[in-house]
Design a protein around this ligand. Structure first.
Ligand code: MN
Length: 446
């Protein structure tokens, strides 16, 4: 036993034993002895029993002595295991309490009449209100989900407030209709949606780091390599430049894999003559970048690839130009669709209908970006753009791998940059990633 490890005895069947308090304070490295373990109790049962005190990694039971012990070893999440002290010291919180004491603290606050509204980031139900009912299961917009374990007490207590509010008749510290429960996420989203200049600096750094990683990936690309070697190159370069890591699992899709929008298998060998579509970003200072580039595996675009690439690039640059104050993502999407339809009709020498367009261009032109890659999901894409908002512009063309498309069959191309809206016009945060045909070919061959 190392000096970080201590023993604490817990009797699971003794109601008078105040075991919970001890476990609450357990730190990584503690060993908790569990006495009076039933024969039929399994390690899984124990993990479940202790899950509410944090994710437990290891349970070792000694059934001969009818005693088990739990080594408190948290899952390594790659994040700081802050705990209550860390919440204050690392994150600057004024107060930090265990979630299990939320009822007590809210009770005192409400009694003091200092507050009349509780904001919570519990998931929203279909009426766009915080989901309060039913300890472990919640109804969300997309169906039902399991509550993160720490939120059970919060949901439980808030649901009591809701019941008291709806049925009235409760006096004292909680008078009916006084306490409102409102979602916090939409307020946070509206704050996150507009970036300060220091946030934009971090986003610019994130874009620069990712852009340089794309240069390295382009230089590394050779026929015979694999998609996951390109993935590794991107990750290596991002980390060598002090990025935290990739901001999401990248799409590294060669040849017709590019037609699969969220392809992340990334294992195929790169073939001479194929294109390689890469959608990847860096995380820096908590902020994400999101870039897509498409380049030829052998370092030179074929005439057909060049033709389709030029069309996508033309639309992408036009939409960046139009990313100005008061434009909307949905408005840009409409224009992207119309422009791509025109370009495709010209290339394929026939009129393209809306059904075919849904195959050739099956996604939106962009999304908000910031702390998350797909940031501030509660903000509508029809909201007029304001100074300080950051978005992606990412048109693409995905031509099915069938005979009717002749020399263009199986070509998938997307070009994506991150844009910051300013009163002087759009600022591209990801300029380091080459996107002109000459620049890509030069980067790959020099
Ligand atoms: Mn994107």
């Amino acid at each position: 036993m190392t000096n970080r490890e201590e023993e604490v005895a817990i009797d699971l069947d003794d109601d008078n034993f105040d075991g919970e308090m001890i476990i609450e304070e357990a730190v990584e490295g503690w060993i908790v002895l569990v006495t009076n373990v039933h024969e039929e109790l399994t390690e899984e049962d124990l993990i479940e029993k202790f899950a509410e005190y944090g994710p437990i990694k290891n349970i070792h039971m000694n059934l001969d002595r009818r005693t088990g012990y739990v080594k408190v070893e948290h899952f390594n999440t790659g994040l700081i295991e802050a705990g209550l002290e860390g919440a204050k010291e690392v994150f600057g919180a004024d107060h930090a309490y265990p979630i299990s004491s939320i009822e007590l603290h809210l009770h005192d606050l409400l009694k003091s009449k200092k507050i009349d509204t509780i904001f919570t980031n519990l998931p929203l139900n279909q009426a766009n209100e915080p989901s309060l009912l039913d300890g472990t299961h919640i109804n969300t917009v997309s169906g039902s989900a399991t509550h993160p374990s720490g939120n059970v007490e919060a949901s439980d207590f808030l649901s009591k407030l809701r019941i008291k509010k709806e049925y009235g008749g409760f006096g004292g510290w909680l008078s009916p209709n006084r306490v409102k429960v409102k979602p916090l996420g939409t307020i946070i989203d509206s704050l996150r949606n507009i970036k300060s200049s220091s946030e934009i600096n971090l986003m610019r750094n994130s874009g620069r780091i990712a852009g340089r990683a794309f240069q390295a990936a382009m230089r590394a690309t050779k026929p015979g390599m694999t998609e996951h070697q390109i993935h590794a190159t991107l990750e290596y370069e991002v980390k060598m430049q002090m990025g935290t890591g990739l901001s999401y699992v990248p799409v590294v899709a060669s040849g017709k894999n590019a037609l699969i929008l969220h392809y992340v298998q990334n294992l195929q060998q790169l073939k001479d003559g194929d294109l390689l579509l890469v959608d990847a970003g860096a995380e820096y200072g908590g902020y994400a970048s999101d870039i897509t580039r498409t380049w030829p595996v052998n370092g030179k675009f074929s005439p057909a690839q060049r033709e389709v690439y030029t069309a996508v690039l033309k639309v992408q640059k036009e939409m960046i130009k139009k990313s100005v104050i008061n434009a909307t993502l949905d408005g840009l999407q409409y224009e992207t669709y119309e422009m791509l339809k025109e370009e495709l009709s010209r290339i394929l020498k026939r009129t393209i209908g809306s059904r075919e367009m849904n195959t050739l261009y099956p996604h939106h032109v962009g999304h908000y970006i910031g702390l998350d890659v797909h940031d501030t999901a509660s903000i509508s894409r029809s909201k007029p753009l304001e100074e300080g908002m950051c978005i992606t512009i990412e048109p693409g063309i995905y031509i099915p791998d069938t005979d009717e498309y002749g020399i263009y069959r199986g070509i998938g191309i997307r070009i994506e940059d991150d844009i910051c809206i300013t009163k002087d016009g759009p600022v591209i945060l990801t300029v380091e990633a080459p996107k002109e045909i000459e620049d890509i070919e030069f980067t790959m061959n020099n």
